[in-house]
Design a protein around this ligand. Structure first.
Ligand SMILES: *Cc1c(COP(=O)(O)O)cnc(C)c1O
Length: 388
């Protein structure tokens, strides 16, 4: 079957399988060498130095580009490096429009770049179309969107923002970390660049820090690849190997984890100790219809407001046994995080308040464990909260 006709599940599972010409290895080999011999004087081979290019990293990049439907992917050392790379076209004085409730590390990166004069940034609630239009009218050069947002799972209409960004002449970048290309393909919805923390669902096993940028346009992709080499943020071959191994199971993992998350969301939604649940799969979620239209699943992330604030959260996480108290997300294990004291601690309290991240909020990354065990764990821990 011609490569270009393969379905995404086949690309994830089998891109590059059985292509080794040296020994016929079924699994593509891991190339660790930092340097390559020249074929002869003045004649380099396909690879010469591993910061610039590496076959294992290129195999992962090729797989991610195909999964996102882009022309080229650049694999870098972390999600933060991927964001910084995607925003590298910005010049001093240029305006970046970013989500007011973005990932905490992203908020810190953009704020510190802006404080150093590298560009200007406006943090905007992108579900508020009037606010977004007003920011774009100031002459935005880049619009960055994160949907679903972290940690409140706000849904931004990607097609709508793409149209507004295009009309304003701005480059449109989408952080697709929370869903992965298995559930959302922003380039097909009008984005110019997709950014990933491959640390999360794409690797999926909580053992690699990595990132990627996928460009719809080959020339922009080439420019970003050259910049990644210039500043030295390209990803390590070993990390690429592990991430490629992770991506093989992306589809079945995220499908099963999403099913577990939907069950957890429904359970928490009905529980008296839980004030509010933020999960796009619930019909009560304000972004439910848009999520249904632009995603092919609701994902494995959700947040919940525990009645009783920080003290109740302390008792809850102390009683949980299947869910581990930890940052990060997207792995095969279930995690619970408290954004105020963990992922969003770096954000200034006022900005956090504006983003709606309160003391009782917990974020859950739902894993591959049996649904019964996840629900029993939460039921028992919530009883402990009620008991005081
Ligand atoms: C984790 C994360 C990042 C940062 O990625 P790292 O791999 O930790 O550098 C960026 N955006 C989102 C949405 C994330 O969840």
């Amino acid at each position: 079957m011609a490569d270009e006709n393969r379905r995404a599940e086949t690309i994830a599972a089998a891109n590059g399988i059985g292509t080794d010409t040296a020994f016929g290895a079924v699994t593509p080999p891991l190339y660790l060498s930092t340097t390559y011999t020249f074929a002869e004087f003045e004649k380099a081979r396909a690879y010469d130095y591993a910061r610039l290019g590496n076959p294992t990293r290129d195999q992962l990049a090729d797989t991610l580009a195909k999964l996102e439907g882009g022309a080229r992917a650049v694999v870098v050392s972390s999600g933060m490096a991927a964001l910084d790379l995607a925003l590298s076209p910005l010049r001093p004085g240029d305006l970046l429009v970013a989500p007011h409730d973005c990932y905490g590390g992203t908020h810190r990166l953009l704020s510190m770049r802006a404080a150093r004069g590298h560009y200007r940034v406006a943090f905007v609630d992108q579900t508020d179309e009037a606010a977004l239009a007003a920011a774009l009218a100031e002459g935005a050069r880049v619009v960055l969107t994160e949907t679903p947002s972290n940690p409140l799972m706000r849904i931004t209409d990607v097609r709508r923002v793409a149209a507004l960004a295009k009309a304003a002449g701005a480059l449109f970048v989408v952080d697709n970390t929370f869903l992965s290309p298995a559930l959302q393909r922003p380039l097909a919805l009008g984005a110019d660049l997709v950014v990933h923390s491959t640390t999360k669902f794409i690797n999926g096993h909580s053992d690699v820090i990595g990132g990627a940028v996928v460009a719809a346009d080959a020339a922009l992709g080439d420019e970003l690849a050259a910049w990644a080499n210039t500043v030295g943020v390209t990803g390590s071959p070993f990390d690429a190997y592990l991430t490629l191994r992770g991506v093989r199971t992306l589809f079945p993992r995220i499908e099963r984890q999403s099913r577990n998350a939907a069950a957890v969301a429904a359970f928490l939604d009905a529980h008296p100790a839980v004030a509010r649940v933020y999960y796009p799969g619930l019909s009560s979620h304000p972004g439910h219809a848009v999520a249904k239209a632009q995603q092919s699943g609701f994902g494995a992330m959700l947040s919940a407001e525990i009645a009783g604030g920080r003290e109740a959260v302390r008792r809850l996480v102390g009683a949980l046994q299947v869910f581990s108290l930890a940052e990060s997300l997207g792995g095969i294990e279930s995690l619970i995080a408290h954004p105020v004291t963990m992922t969003h601690a770096a954000m200034d309290p006022e900005a956090r308040e504006r983003a709606g991240v309160g003391d009782g909020l917990v974020r859950l990354s739902v894993g591959l464990e049996a649904e019964e065990d996840l629900l029993a764990d939460l039921a028992r821990a919530l009883d402990a909260v009620a008991a005081g």
